[in-house]
Design a protein around this ligand. Structure first.
Ligand code: SF4
Length: 59
């Protein structure tokens, strides 16, 4: 049975997270929070979050 959650999504990047409960969503390119930052970041999501772009991880 599959679970609709970021932790089972093809776009969830757990390696970049500090804990198993969080990861980065790689569905979109990094985003700039402000123009002054000049550093893009991926959104950090909880492993049990999900969104309408969910795609089951093949692994
Ligand atoms: S926010 Fe959506 S696209 Fe991103 S990892 Fe979670 S379910 Fe996948």
């Amino acid at each position: 049975m599959s679970e609709t959650a970021c932790k089972t999504c093809a776009f969830f990047e757990i390696k970049a997270a500090k804990t198993d409960a969080k990861g980065e969503c790689r569905f979109n390119p990094p985003v700039f929070l402000t123009e002054e930052e000049h550093k893009g970041m991926w959104p950090v999501v909880q492993s049990d979050d999900w969104c309408g772009h969910f795609e089951q991880d093949a692994a």
